[in-house]
Design a binder for this molecule. Structure first.
Ligand SMILES: [Zn+2]
Length: 446
């Protein structure tokens, strides 16, 4: 794990947030690795740290000490980690995530997934925590019949890498922290709650502050395909590919369909490896005026798919005019652009919820839960580098197997990792930062 980021311990040292101090008994580096271990080894709940990384595993302390460059004599319990995160808060962990993403960008590990030299930023929201009783002052509330649920959601910006890899690059929690009309409407249930677009207004400045120069293209669902979404991209110097929905922009959609009839030559036909026939059509400079009278012009692209049994699907995107769409690249804009939006749902949220990363689990009921969220994001970034990287492929090739048949499943891989940290003395070369810096890791782009 240190191979990908040889500087990780130095970065942890460099975080000078006054609350992020060495602990009386445990070094902050050790506690950070201890927290990441919760997710690397897919332990599913904080309690499991005390059982899976306890003294039954004779090598745990030594292996983790060498990862963290520390000399701890004992292991912390899960409560120590929680206390530490409660004291330092989530910001130092979020900062660490940013440093790691910056390094991936600098080492060009994600370049193959760019579209027209722009990094694709997938933005979407998802549910995280759900309680039957109010959990804190900021919970979103939702009524189901006579029951009220208390929720926390998150809006994520994920950077797309090769092979569908998605890396968290900016995060905004959707909750009622800054509910503006608190004074005028005392009943929380009647106030207008936080939502994805509002959260996006907070997320994008953060992303731009952390990555001011990055050339980006935002991929968003139909919620963004409107004047407000276009403005978000414009304000933050981003291109966009948003889902274009008839219901969201009815007049623009009508114009689009009318203009398509006038330019029958703007049409490209192709077939996918699964023999799905695709017909791409597009209209450049489609004009649209939003509800605030702002004029916009974008390229509308549609892809009509016909499966071998005759079933048809229609996909459409609103594409910012600075992206080139013509006969040569319309298919790439659809396949390597618009369609990649699903990766945040599949490789992002679904993997984090349905593997033992357990995104929807409340790792802490206190103020610490966002810190666990960021630890999960960092661990998932590292796991993806292992899973999709050339090191694992090389290891598998040595055993005359594919990466997949070597372990059988990603769950098994996490189990083997856990066994190895418990029982194997990891060799010294595994910690050699200088050697690690020389290793080139190629991500599988298939
Ligand atoms: Zn809450």
């Amino acid at each position: 794990m240190r191979h990908f980021f040889p500087e990780l311990n130095a970065w942890i040292d460099d975080i000078h947030d006054p609350r992020f101090k060495p602990f009386i008994t445990y070094h902050k580096r050790f506690l950070l690795w201890w927290g990441l271990a919760l997710f690397f080894f897919k332990l599913s709940s904080r309690r499991q740290l005390d059982f899976q990384l306890n003294t039954d595993g004779p090598r745990v302390l030594d292996n983790l000490n060498r990862l963290a460059d520390t000399k701890q004599k004992t292991r912390p319990v899960n409560g120590t980690l929680n206390y530490f995160l409660g004291r330092c808060g989530h910001q130092p962990v979020a900062d660490l995530r940013d440093l790691m993403v910056r390094r991936l960008i600098r080492m060009k590990a994600l370049d193959d997934a760019r579209l027209q030299r722009r990094f694709l930023i997938l933005i979407d929201g998802t549910g995280m925590l759900r309680f039957r009783q109010r959990h804190c002052d900021h919970c979103l509330t939702r009524r189901y019949g006579d029951k009220t649920l208390y929720l926390h959601q998150v809006l994520e910006a994920k950077l797309l890498g090769p092979g569908g890899m998605v890396v968290s690059i900016a995060t905004e929690f959707i909750d009622n922290r800054d509910m503006p009309d608190e004074a005028t409407e005392p009943d929380p249930a009647k106030r207008k709650q936080d939502c994805e677009l509002k959260a996006c207004d907070r997320l994008m400045p953060k992303l731009r502050e952390a990555f001011p120069q990055l050339r980006i293209c935002i991929l968003g669902d139909g919620v963004f395909g409107c004047g407000r979404g276009f403005q978000i991209a414009k304000d933050h110097n981003a291109s966009f590919i948003y889902v274009f929905k008839e219901g969201r922009l009815p007049t623009a959609w009508q114009d689009f369909q009318g203009l398509l009839r006038l330019c029958p030559q703007q049409r490209v036909e192709c077939a996918t490896p699964a023999r799905v026939r695709q017909v791409y059509r597009w209209v450049n400079e489609l004009a649209y005026t939003d509800s605030e009278d702002r004029p916009w012009s974008f390229t509308a692209v549609q892809c009509e798919e016909t499966e071998s049994d005759g079933t048809k699907h229609l996909w459409a995107w609103a594409v910012s005019s600075d992206l080139k769409v013509d006969r040569e690249n319309v298919v790439a804009v659809g396949q390597r652009g618009g369609r990649q939006r699903w990766c945040i749902e599949n490789q992002g949220f679904n993997t984090q919820k349905n593997s033992d990363l357990n995104l929807e689990h409340a790792y802490s009921h206190g103020e610490q839960w966002p810190a666990y969220y960021y630890l999960l994001q960092i661990a998932h970034m590292l796991l993806q580098l292992v899973e999709k990287g050339s090191l694992l492929r090389r290891l598998a090739a040595e055993a005359d197997k594919t990466a997949w048949t070597l372990f059988g499943s990603l769950k098994n891989m996490a189990k083997r990792l856990l066994e190895s940290v418990r029982f194997l003395w990891w060799p010294e070369w595994a910690y050699d930062a200088a050697a690690a810096g020389r290793i080139q890791i190629r991500l599988d782009s298939s």
